[in-house]
Design a binder for this molecule. Structure first.
Ligand code: NAG
Length: 104
């Protein structure tokens, strides 16, 4: 397995809420604000500030079919971008995702 693939998998498994982000992207900021508002801790990696950022982004595309950020995982489950997180909050699904234990 490539180093970048291992890094991405480790980040997803080790962080209950994992956000792949870019520091200047408005929807990334809104996504982080949403978790802040819910008092939910998360790990965010800013791909534009990471030495392997573009490789991580390619790996996320391979893994999820999604190349855009934010790309959010909760307990190793792929959720998607801001719209997915925001509508999951509004339907109450997000709370369910957050309560789940890691399947791994
Ligand atoms: C999450 O959804 C609830 C219920 O619709 C809403 O009241 C709340 O403002 C939302 N939280 C955020 C951070 O958007």
């Amino acid at each position: 397995m490539s180093v970048v693939r291992e890094l991405v998998k480790r980040l997803i498994v080790e962080n209950p809420v994992m956000i792949f982000s870019k520091s200047y992207c408005p929807y990334c900021i809104r996504t982080k604000d949403l978790f802040d508002d819910l008092n939910t801790k998360y790990k965010a990696i800013e791909l534009n500030e990471h030495e392997h950022g573009s490789e991580i982004q390619e790996e996320l595309k391979t893994l999820t079919g999604q190349r855009t950020v934010p790309n959010v995982f909760i307990h190793s489950q792929h959720i998607g971008g801001f719209d997915a997180v925001n509508s999951a909050n509004e339907t109450g699904k997000l709370q369910e995702y957050l309560k789940q234990n890691s399947k791994l």
